[in-house]
Write a protein that binds this ligand. Structure first.
Ligand SMILES: [Zn+2]
Length: 355
C-alpha cells in the first residue's frame, strides 16, 4: 500500500510537512470541497481503559506487538513527551507489569505509552449493561490523523466513535491547495479561557489559532463576498456587521452570522456544518448554565435542538442513508432531546417540591 493511499485506494488529498512551531502538520495537496472526504483511517494502536494501570498497559502493549515493524516505527515517530522525569515515571508501569523486558524494550514501551498519551482519541465509549457490568472505553492512535493540528475554528469535522476503530474526517468548508487541514481537539464552543486552559493542560501548548488570536476572517470574507455577489443591492451594514471583539457575545455573533450567510447562500454541506456549529454553541451554553440556571439551560437546549433538526434535514439532501456523518448528527440530536426532557423533569420536580 502506497503511503499516500487510504485503505480503499483513495489518495490522501494532503501532504505531511513541517508546520513551524506546531511541528508536523497536514496541508491540502489540491483544492478540497466541503463535505468531501479528507481521511478514513483505521486505528493502529489502542488501549482499553481498564481501571487497573497494569491491565491498561498490557492492552496497549498487546496491540502494539501486533503491528508490522513499519507501523511500529511510524508509531514511535509520532510526537510524544520527551521530558526524562515523565519518561522515568512511566517506566514503573512496565517494570511491574509481569512482562520480562530488556532495557531497550523498556525504552520502546515507554515511548509507545507516551505516544498514545499525546495522540489518542476515544474510539469506543464505555458501556454499562442492564446487569451493571461495565465495558471500559477504548482510546486509540491513528498514524495519519495524529498529524492533524488543532484549531479552535477548524476547517474539518471528525468522528472516531460512530464507526468503531475508524477516524473519519470531513471538510466543513472548502480548503484551498496549500492550506493546513485542522481539527479541534476539544469542544470548540467553550470560552477562549477554557479552550486555552484545556489545550495547555492536556496537550501542553498555548493555542495561537486565528480564533484565539483574533478572528479567522478568511472564511467569513469568502461568505460575505459570495453573499454580495448574489445580492448586490443588500444593505451592507445590516447584512455584514463587523466583528465584536472578545467574549461570549462575539462568539455567538460570529456563529450566527456565518449561519445567516449560509442560509442565504444555500450551500448544503457548509450550511449543514453551520447548523452543527450553532447547535454546539448552545449545547455549550446549556452545560455552562445547568447548575446555576436550569430554566435558562432548557431554553439553550431547545435552541440547540432546533439547529440540529435543521442539520438533520439538510443532511438528508447531502448524504445517503446510513452515512456516518449524518447518522452521527441524528444520534446527537436524540441525545440533546433526551437531555432536555431530563432537565424539564428535574425542574418540574423542583417546582413541585417548592409548592
Ligand atoms: Zn485556539
Amino acid at each position: 500500500m502506497a503511503e499516500n493511499l487510504q485503505a480503499d485506494g483513495y489518495p490522501d488529498p494532503f501532504v505531511v510537512r513541517d508546520s513551524g512551531f506546531k511541528g508536523m502538520g497536514c496541508f491540502a495537496s489540491r483544492d478540497i470541497k466541503a463535505g468531501e472526504r479528507v481521511l478514513v483511517e483505521r486505528c493502529a494502536l489502542w488501549e482499553v481503559d481498564h481501571s487497573d494501570v497494569y491491565d491498561r498497559t498490557n492492552s496497549l502493549l498487546e496491540s502494539y506487538l501486533q503491528l508490522s515493524e513499519t507501523d511500529k516505527a511510524k508509531i514511535r515517530d509520532l510526537h510524544s513527551e520527551t521530558n526524562p522525569v515523565v519518561r522515568f515515571r512511566n517506566q514503573a508501569a512496565f517494570e511491574h507489569s509481569g512482562h520480562l523486558i530488556t532495557a531497550a524494550q523498556l525504552d520502546e514501551c515507554v515511548t509507545v505509552r507516551l505516544v498514545h498519551a499525546a495522540n489518542c482519541f476515544e474510539i469506543e465509549s464505555s458501556k454499562t449493561a442492564p446487569d451493571g457490568t461495565r465495558t471500559p472505553s477504548r482510546t486509540g492512535v491513528f498514524i495519519k490523523a495524529s498529524r492533524f493540528n488543532h484549531s479552535c475554528d477548524p476547517n474539518c469535522w471528525y468522528t472516531t466513535t460512530s464507526w468503531t476503530g475508524h477516524f473519519i474526517c470531513t471538510p466543513m468548508r472548502p480548503i484551498k491547495e496549500g492550506e493546513e487541514i485542522t481539527i479541534s481537539y476539544i469542544p470548540n464552543q467553550a470560552t477562549r479561557e477554557k479552550r486555552q486552559a484545556q489545550l495547555l493542560r492536556c496537550w501542553g501548548f498555548i493555542c495561537q489559532c486565528n480564533r484565539c488570536e483574533g478572528w479567522d476572517t478568511d472564511y467569513d470574507v469568502h461568505l460575505e463576498e459570495a453573499y454580495k455577489a448574489l445580492n448586490p443591492n443588500a444593505d451592507e451594514e445590516r447584512i455584514l456587521p463587523r466583528f465584536i471583539q472578545g467574549g461570549r457575545e462575539a462568539e455567538e455573533h460570529r456563529i450566527l452570522r456565518r449561519l445567516e450567510l449560509l442560509q442565504a447562500l444555500l450551500w448544503p454541506p457548509e450550511l449543514y456544518f453551520g447548523y452543527l456549529d450553532a447547535a454546539e454553541f448552545f449545547v455549550q451554553l446549556k452545560n455552562e448554565n445547568k447548575r446555576t440556571d436550569l430554566e435558562q439551560s432548557i431554553v439553550y437546549s431547545e435552541r440547540a435542538e432546533g439547529y440540529l433538526d435543521n442539520a438533520v434535514r439538510v443532511g438528508e439532501e447531502i448524504w445517503e442513508p446510513g452515512e456516518i456523518i449524518w447518522q452521527d448528527c441524528m444520534d446527537y440530536a436524540e441525545k440533546v432531546k433526551a437531555g432536555t426532557i431530563e432537565m424539564k423533569a428535574t425542574l418540574d420536580a423542583f417546582n413541585a417540591s417548592q409548592s
